[in-house]
Design a protein around this ligand. Structure first.
Ligand code: AMP
Ligand code: MG
Length: 394
């Protein structure tokens, strides 16, 4: 049995970055750039007005004749000589000769004549945006490793870039084991429970913007069927997520089947609660996580071990759930020699955290309202109210 920290370290150590692929920017949300991106154009591409007003020469007189108008999208052909002004709108190109914009609030216009207020700010470039003011053609726009947020994608679009190289999403197979499991929507017979880990895990993947490359399989508790299915999945997927059947019961066939198929064990069993019987292994092309079947154990193991592995593959530089140090609002006695992950809720003001009622590993109601996992290391026996605890924000 290894410690939480050793297990997490092993997960990252055995996880490699996905290869690059080219995607349309409309499919790039939440991906990570795998190459530096350079600006193909100046931005703005031309000298433009940043206000609705009048384009003038900054050192001209106060009373000027209006000789034309430039709307955003126009390409003016006239020249603003001394004594002249052009009506101009935000985003429109400065006509030749003009080098300053006066806000419309600071002029008085009568017919074809404008008079500029003495208080108006007039200097070279006033109320304009220089060509290339944000970025010059050929300059580094976004670095390799940049997370593609809505803003980043919008910025790329503003430069006319419509495809980008990103780290590919890992292909994931979810395998759910258990003869007692019934699909939601079917009637429940005595002795059966609804299968919920499948959709829990696929939803957790969807929340990471991984849903396209997910395949889902159901498996009965049978050695032959288990080995047969695993043999078809190994090396076909980057990640195999297995739910249940990894414990020590007579009908737990996952571990034995993986070993029979030559999967290398990286670790089996972590000194934690919930989720002790977690298995992590590999073949040439597949990482295998066998998660305990109890729903809360499976999901804690997902967040603490699978999530960081997937994040690393996808090119993220911070892989684990964000860690906070928060004041705990109650005592936490702990007899257990293992580390504990408590399903917890952060206060509305973000300053304190409390663990929720119902921490047994079959219980999901607390998890359903939790927004964090409160981590108590193995060696801690008593955590007093008011002390700082490590919180992993989901
Ligand atoms: P196992 O790890 O297969 O021994 O399962 C541990 C517990 O989790 C048992 O009570 C199972 O019935 C339950 N369980 C296993 N898989 C699922 C699942 N997919 N959905 C809901 N409960 C499950
Ligand atoms: Mg089972």
């Amino acid at each position: 049995m290894i410690s939480v920290l050793e297990a997490q370290e092993k997960v990252l150590q055995y996880t490699t970055l996905s290869p690059s692929k080219i995607v349309d920017i409309s499919d790039a949300l939440a991906c990570v750039l795998s190459v530096d991106v350079f600006a193909p154009i100046d931005y703005p591409p031309f000298w433009q007005s940043s206000m609705d007003g009048y384009a003038v020469q900054f050192d001209d007189g106060a009373t000027l004749q209006v000789i034309g108008e430039v709307q955003a999208g126009n390409a003016p052909t006239f020249v603003v000589e001394k004594g002249r002004a052009a009506r101009i709108f935000t985003g429109a190109p400065l006509p030749k000769g003009a080098n300053c914009v006066v806000m419309q609030e600071q002029v008085n216009r009568v017919g074809g004549i404008v008079t500029i207020a003495p208080s108006a700010k007039r200097f070279y470039g006033a109320y304009t945006r220089a060509k290339g003011a944000q970025i010059k053609k050929g300059a580094l726009a976004l670095k390799k490793g940049t997370y593609l947020s809505a803003a980043a994608i919008g910025f790329l679009a503003s430069l006319g870039i419509n495809t980008v190289a990103v780290y590919a999403a890992p292909k994931v197979a979810i395998v759910v084991t258990g003869d007692e499991l019934v699909d939601v929507g079917e009637p429940l017979q005595f002795g059966q429970i609804y299968e919920s880990n499948g959709i829990t895990l696929s939803s957790a993947l969807a929340a990471m913007h991984l849903s396209e490359d997910i395949n889902f399989y159901r498996l009965e508790d049978n050695a032959k069927a288990t080995e047969e299915l695993f043999s078809t999945l190994l090396n076909r997927f980057n990640v195999l997520l297995i739910s249940g059947g990894i414990s020590v019961g007579d009908y737990d066939f996952v571990g034995k089947s993986l070993l029979n198929l030559g999967v290398e064990t990286i670790f089996y069993k972590v000194a934690q609660k919930p989720g002790k019987p977690l298995f992590f292994g590999q073949t040439a092309d597949t990482l295998i996580f066998a998660l305990p079947g109890n729903p809360a154990s499976a999901l804690v193991c997902f967040y603490e071990y699978v999530y960081p592995a997937l994040r690393k593959m996808m090119g993220h530089t911070s892989c684990f759930l964000p860690k906070l140090q928060l004041e705990v609002s109650h005592d936490i006695p702990k007899k257990m020699a293992r580390a504990c992950f408590y399903r917890a809720k952060i206060s509305d003001d973000g300053k304190t955290v409390r663990s929720l009622e119902g921490q047994e590993s079959f219980m999901m109601q607390s998890f359903a309202v939790a927004d964090a996992l409160l981590y108590v290391p193995a060696e801690n026996t008593f955590t007093a109210k008011g002390s700082l605890v490590e919180v992993h924000k989901m």
